[in-house]
Design a protein around this ligand. Structure first.
Ligand code: LFR
Length: 488
């Protein structure tokens, strides 16, 4: 086999990175070549201040990373791009119409009301199979329509597809990410009847691009600017970051649940086909498309966002907080409080997270965690409780005999979180790999270039061999703190 490398651009809501992988000759080496903060921007729009993604800045950092990847590689043949889901850029005549809105912007509340006035949540669920999240693309578009901006657009691109377009000039909407928009029917085709009924433009997202499709070489001027003389091609990988992560989880789907824990905690199982049961709808479980046509049957739990926003608030308060220090202190706390409901909508938008958490308790006449270590402990306990709860629900709803729980992503480095999750479930938690998303990304590109072959199971076997997980055994007689009534 040849010696060749592929690069992954992986954009998370908190940070982005460019990774370089050498997957030739039965090897899988992954190296980080760039890492950068993803800092959204608040911009006045004449009526209010809106929250946007700085996509030109992200593109600049990604390009710098690609140039560095090219310098380190001897033969860079492929590039894959993944990011968070649902958000999009409106386009006209090939140009971007303003910065994409951030899914944590508050505008979608109006969109939710407008959509639900026409199609109730239960109807929507039978059509698209998605859990309710107020920022799903369909709601954002409905809000956009009220702004009057939608009329000006001739198309829209999801974030990874936007970067693919800027790199190659090729346009399309990759399937896994298309499945998060709410506009795709459970049958895998755009639900044009629904768009018509909601008064949304039909065909805004163009053709679906199947995962693994070659999107062509870099534009000549891009290749030249980045010094990539071999002119690598861009592959449409499983461009929804969670789909990439799940593709790289070293699991046996018939007996495992997973938690992909970064900014969000995505908790569920992998299925062969969608499950749109009424119970699943009530439990707010989603059917998103995964690599190789699998279904990611999962629920969104708030995730590490709660910790990062808390640390941000402490810093605003003038406390020089360090998350690892706070977590070490939190591990020593004897919890004298109940867990809170991490799914509460008040935690979605940026702001004073410690204040909102304390408010959640006091509203119920409950004793809130007071000190910083107590508050951090409450967050980790509550996330672990929510993870355990969603694992149990996923198992029950899908009738999966879950014996192992895989926890991947940044959260797999949080030892307290992994241990508490194992304790609450009474099941072993296998933690890692940390970079599951980037691994899923590079594996699909490598397969498209025939550097590896095989199905998902074969790809997962490569990950299992090369990235052994850390085992957390449940502690039997732990006096765990209970669920608050409203949290379950
Ligand atoms: C995780 C993720 C989730 C999606 C959320 C918003 O990064 O992609 O899967 O629900 O971000 O796009």
């Amino acid at each position: 086999t040849r010696s060749a490398q592929v690069a992954a651009i992986d954009l998370g809501a908190t940070s982005g990175r460019v990774m370089l992988a050498d997957i030739s000759r039965g090897r899988l080496e992954l190296e980080q070549v760039a890492r950068f903060a993803n800092d959204p921007v608040h911009i006045w729009n004449g009526r209010r201040t809106a929250l946007h993604w700085d996509v030109p800045g992200l593109f600049r950092e990604a390009c710098a990373g690609l140039a560095e990847a090219g310098r380190r590689a001897d033969d860079l043949v492929g590039i894959g791009i993944d990011s968070w889901a649902v958000d999009y850029a409106l386009m006209r005549d090939g140009r971007m119409l303003g910065l994409p809105h951030h899914y944590r912007d508050t505008r979608s509340a109006d969109g939710v009301a407008a959509v639900h006035a026409e199609l109730g949540p239960a109807d929507l669920y039978t059509r698209n199979g998605l859990q309710f999240l107020p920022f799903t693309t369909v709601y954002q578009l409905a809000a956009e329509k009220q702004d009057g901006l939608l009329d000006q657009a001739d198309s829209a691109l999801l974030i990874p597809d936007l970067l693919t377009y800027w790199l190659t000039g090729t346009r399309g909407t990759e399937r896994t990410n298309a499945s998060t928009t709410g506009l795709l029917g459970i049958n895998g085709r755009w639900d044009t009847a629904m768009s018509e009924r909601l008064g949304l433009p039909v065909g805004l997202f163009g053709d679906i691009v199947e995962t693994g499709t070659d999107q062509g070489p870099l534009l000549p001027d891009v290749a030249e600017r980045l010094g990539l003389s071999g002119t690598p091609h861009v592959t449409a990988v499983a461009s929804h970051d969670t789909a990439s992560a799940v593709a790289a989880i070293p699991m046996d789907p018939s007996s495992s649940a997973y938690i992909s824990c970064g900014t969000w905690g995505l908790v569920g199982v992998e299925l062969e086909s969608p499950n749109v049961s009424r119970d699943g709808w009530k439990a707010n479980f989603t059917n998103e498309v995964g690599a190789d046509g699998r279904i990611r049957y999962l629920h969104n739990v708030m995730g590490l966002w709660l910790l990062s926003e808390t640390v941000r608030q402490y810093q605003r308060d003038g406390y020089r907080a360090d998350l690892s220090e706070l977590l070490a202190q939190a591990a020593e706390v004897t919890p004298a409080f109940d867990v809170f409901d991490t799914d509460d909508a008040r935690f979605l938008t940026p702001g004073d997270m410690p204040g909102r958490i304390r408010e959640w308790y006091t509203e119920r006449g409950m004793q809130p965690p007071m000190t910083r270590p107590e508050l951090v402990r409450a967050i980790v306990e509550s996330l672990a409780a929510a993870f355990a709860d969603s694992v149990r629900k996923a198992a029950e709803l899908s009738r999966t005999d879950v014996r192992t729980v895989h926890l991947v992503g940044g959260g797999s480095q949080n030892r307290l979180l992994c241990q508490l999750t194992a304790d609450r479930l009474g099941l072993p938690v296998l933690a890692g790999p940390v970079e599951a998303t980037a691994l899923g990304n590079v594996l699909i590109t490598a397969r498209a270039h025939e550097l590896i072959d095989g199905d998902l199971a074969a790809m997962r076997a490569i990950v299992a061999e090369r990235f052994p997980s850390q085992h957390y055994v449940p502690r039997p007689a732990r006096s765990s703190i209970g669920f608050a009534a409203a949290g379950t």
